[in-house]
Design a protein around this ligand. Structure first.
Ligand SMILES: [Ca+2]
Length: 379
């Protein structure tokens, strides 16, 4: 019975002590002493000490845990700070890399452009080559023309040399004091010789037709009348083309000297005289007023008439060829047919033939001269 009571009391003490573990140290000591009594104190006291030590250890451990928690918290804060720094650094690096990528892209674009420049240069080079080829062809063509141009230059040089060597004049008025044969150049075409006369009607006349000895046949074709024929010391016709060139460049007058077989001399003077070119059949286009000792104005009728020869019928008589041998003969400005024909057949005696050298009102003529002179120099 005594052991049961002891156990029960011990139990109560232990339960009480255990139920008061949350109480303070003083309160546990007081309860133990009051409720368990001294009897149990010695038995329980070691346990209480152990419990108290354990409690202290627990508190120490808690303190250590709290310290560790603080350390952890501090470490966490440091870690967070470090993370922030790392993130910031990574962001900065990211920006740096972005900027670098932009710069690289720009650099790549520049390189691409530089790469494309050679292609552009290649196109330009092709254009230059084509232009060079064209210029080369043009140069070759011009080179082929060089011999021809050289030839023309030589011809011009020869003409220039001739001009430099010998002065050429336009009219016999330049040789009024020195009549005779002179080279004339009334225009830009070739020069030709003329016979200048200062004895028949005054100074400075150019003889365009002369019949003095009958040694030249005046029954000539168109081409011969155009170019002229005969000799200056005998009978001759200067030529339609030369007469045209002389009377084209400046106004001329005409003087006709005539001699009959009886020795009488007559003249007829016209204050204007000119003929057109071959394209107009050397028409007698200008013939001014006349005066003189010869009977009548027998050339007036032939004004505006075209020149005719035996091989070219330009007269006004359709059914008759005035320049033919069986009619008037010789080249003249025939109408239908004539009041005068100074290029008719030469007879060395007086005849009454229509084909003779004819001036209406006179007999056939022994000698004839047709002379022209610039109006400005003759008056
Ligand atoms: Ca006719």
């Amino acid at each position: 019975m005594k052991s049961v009571l002891f156990s029960y009391m011990l139990y109560l003490c232990l339960m009480f002590i255990l139920g008061e573990t949350q109480a303070s140290e003083n309160e546990a000591t007081t309860i133990t002493e009051e409720q368990c009594g001294k009897y149990f104190y010695k038995a329980v006291s070691p346990l209480l000490k152990d419990i108290h030590q354990m409690k202290e250890e627990i508190e120490n451990n808690n303190n250590k845990i709290e310290g560790k928690d603080r350390e952890i918290k501090q470490l966490q804060e440091k870690l967070n700070q470090r993370n922030d720094l790392v993130i910031e650094e990574l962001r900065a690096q990211n920006e740096f890399y972005k900027q670098s990528i932009k710069e690289l892209a720009s650099h790549v674009l520049s390189i691409n452009e530089q790469i494309s420049i050679p292609n552009s240069n290649a196109l330009k080079t092709q254009d230059y080559e084509e232009q060079l080829e064209k210029q080369k062809k043009s140069i070759d063509q011009q080179a082929q023309q060089i011999p021809e141009l050289k030839n023309e230059i030589n011809i011009c040089a020869k003409k220039l040399k001739r001009c430099e060597e010998k002065p050429v004049y336009g009219e016999c008025t330049d040789f009024a004091d020195a009549p005779g044969i002179h080279e004339m150049k009334p225009d830009l075409e070739d020069s030709f010789d003329v016979l200048c006369d200062s004895a028949t009607a005054g100074p400075g006349w150019t003889v365009i037709q002369q019949r003095i000895n009958g040694k030249e046949d005046f029954y000539r074709d168109w081409a011969t009348y155009r170019e002229g024929f005969g000799a200056f010391d005998g009978d001759f016709f200067l030529g339609l083309e030369k007469i045209h060139r002389l009377t084209r460049v400046q106004p001329h007058e005409l003087y006709i000297h005539m001699e009959e077989f009886d020795g009488n001399t007559k003249y007829r003077r016209y204050d204007q005289f000119a003929i057109s070119g071959e394209e107009d059949q050397y028409t007698l286009i200008t013939l001014g007023k006349s005066n003189g000792s010869a009977a009548g104005d027998q050339l007036e009728y032939h004004k505006d008439k075209k020149f005719s020869t035996f091989d070219r019928d330009n007269d006004n008589w359709e059914s008759v060829h005035c320049a033919s041998r069986d009619n008037r003969g010789g080249g003249w400005w025939y109408g239908a047919c004539t009041y005068s024909n100074l290029n008719g057949k030469y007879y060395d005696h007086q005849v009454f033939n229509y084909d003779a050298i004819y001036w209406k009102g006179l007999t056939n003529l022994k000698t004839v001269k047709m002379l022209i002179r610039p109006i400005s120099n003759g008056k």
